[in-house]
Design a protein around this ligand. Structure first.
Ligand code: UDP
Length: 235
């Protein structure tokens, strides 16, 4: 695949590094370097970051909190992560813009699709914060939605695992990684790639997904250079 515009989704948990909670600044700096290097090749990059390292609506609901209230707190957590990554990215010398689905005028711009596209065309890295702006959704869905809206070539999901396996590799050591798999096969085999809302949005819009290990420095570059790392999901 050739990439001109990519949407990279990073989970909040990935930002923790070896910590149990919060943000590991070294990990964020590593991500920023990897993103900078790929951007320097002329590839347009938009980012969505989760919030699970700080707050997760569903867990808070289980502990007794109102779900909608907790989800909004989760969305705010994604803005904190977005700001951390924005800072690290700008330290590498790239220009960035943070656009959020919930207005916070003092720290970022509101999400406006045409504006996001314009930023990308001008060579700025765009970070989409606050998820979709709606409770009961995830940042995976935000990633798929924004990717479709900005006409990205692909959603790259950077995780701690290096792709999609026939079974959970932590539980079954014999599990095999798929290099490539179709959307239908993922459904049939009941594999876990993204939540269903996010996944269906990609399928219906024929937007490929790549799942890969973002924690290995240089992997993002390997991916755009065409090395067969990770798993490609397509129609
Ligand atoms: N969230 C939400 N709507 C969205 C995106 C996120 O309500 O569109 C909330 C939800 O509570 C979620 C939290 O934000 O648990 C953090 O996002 P997510 O769990 O997707 O982060 P990740 O698992 O990628 O770290």
């Amino acid at each position: 695949m050739k990439f001109k515009r990519i949407l990279l989704k990073l989970s909040g948990e990935a930002l923790m590094g070896e910590k149990q909670y919060g943000i590991d600044i070294d990990r964020v700096a590593q991500y920023a370097k990897d993103i900078h290097d790929v951007h320097a090749k002329g590839i347009e990059i938009a980012l969505v970051i989760g919030g699970g390292n700080i707050y997760r609506g569903l867990s808070a609901e289980k502990a007794g909190m109102d779900r909608v209230q907790a989800d909004y707190m989760g969305m705010l957590a994604t803005v904190i992560n977005s700001m951390a990554l924005q800072d690290a990215l700008e330290k590498t010398g790239v220009k960035t813009r943070l656009l959020t689905a919930i207005k916070m005028e003092q720290i970022c711009e509101p999400f406006i699709r045409r504006r996001a596209v314009r930023h990308l065309e001008k060579g700025r890295i765009v970070i989409f914060g606050a998820g979709t702006g709606n409770p009961y959704f995830t940042t995976d869905t935000a990633a798929s939605l924004r990717a479709v809206e900005i006409n990205a070539d692909v959603v790259m999901k950077g995780t701690r695992v290096d792709g999609i396996y026939t079974a959970d590799p932590l539980k079954e050591p014999d599990a095999i990684r798929y290099d490539e798999i179709t959307f239908d096969e993922v459904y049939k085999k009941n594999l876990n790639v993204m939540d269903m809302t996010a996944f269906t949005l990609c399928q219906e819009n024929n937007l490929p997904i790549i799942v890969f290990d973002m924690n290995k420095p240089g992997n993002l570059m390997r991916l755009v250079d065409g090395e067969p790392i990770g798993t490609l999901v397509k129609g």
